[in-house]
Design a protein around this ligand. Sequence first.
Ligand SMILES: Cc1cc2nc3c(=O)[nH]c(=O)nc-3n(C[C@H](O)[C@H](O)[C@H](O)COP(=O)(O)OP(=O)(O)OC[C@H]3O[C@@H](n4cnc5c(N)ncnc54)[C@H](O)[C@@H]3O)c2cc1C
Length: 276
Amino acid sequence: MDQATGTGLRIVVLVKHVPDTQFDRHLGGERSTTDRAESILSELDEYALEAALQLVEAHGGEAAGHRITAVTMGPAGAVTAVKKALQIGAHDGVHLTDEALSGSDAAGTSLALAAVVRHLGDVDLILTGMASTDGETSLVPAQLAERLDLPQVTFAAMLELTSDDDGAWLLSARRDNDTYSETVESGLPALVSVTDQINEPRYPNFKGIMAAKKKPITTLSLAEIGVDPGTVGHSGAWTEVLTAQPRPARSPGTVITDEGDAGIRLVEFLASRKLL
Ligand SMILES: Cc1cc2nc3c(=O)[nH]c(=O)nc-3n(C[C@H](O)[C@H](O)[C@H](O)COP(=O)(O)OP(=O)(O)OC[C@H]3O[C@@H](n4cnc5c(N)ncnc54)[C@H](O)[C@@H]3O)c2cc1C
């Protein structure tokens, strides 16, 4: 699909359903899986969604035939992540859910999501967050790009689409490191993970919340996307959580009250811990 042909862009935004960071998070059960009771759309994926909306709006919006599909993989409750994405502005949603996905590690997740993207077909751009706020491995974007044989740009802090001399879409992204920035260019299709510095995600407004009720959500199982259950979940995992226990509570720390010698005592404290 390119600008020359005037057919719209198909953008997939990956949205993960993660435990809400304002509540204590638990790993529980026989195999130490995440307790997803209090879960929400991962905050870092809201930047990816906002980036997709801005790209589409910069090129004529839905009227120009562009479409944003929010895709999630997770248990039944994960559909709320898709619904939130539709309220914010995605046009339709896909929810991959299957008992056999339980316990999937990053390798299993990227395998399943790659099959979803192939099932959708004709996807021009995949946008993801830089990491989930629970597993935080940042492994899925790179693995997914590899599985789909797509060029990938990770940790983009700026993203724009233009067209080259032949009218084909040209993606350019800026990646910021501590001491330098680099600009990366790629044709489409491609995959990009974006940082939390790329934009200010919008909040769903009343109009968006009402419109979302009519937007379609497709629920898919592993059988429908041709994935062997043995290659995902606990049975297909490349990694295994052997044990999980709560981290010891943080010690209150040392309080130094200034009785005229706070500076000296602070230096002694730091020196005793070889921090000087
Ligand atoms: C505490 C903890 C530690 C873990 N450690 C590991 C580990 O070391 N190795 C390992 O292989 N697995 C690990 N896992 C499992 C891993 O979290 C899951 O496999 C997960 O589905 C993918 O990894 P991630 O959450 O780290 O995603 P990341 O790679 O951090 O996610 C990056 C982006 O990919 C997209 N994405 C990720 N998962 C989904 C999804 N389910 N649906 C839609 N989009 C998604 C989102 O856009 C997200 O912003 C861990 C899980 C937990 C809770």
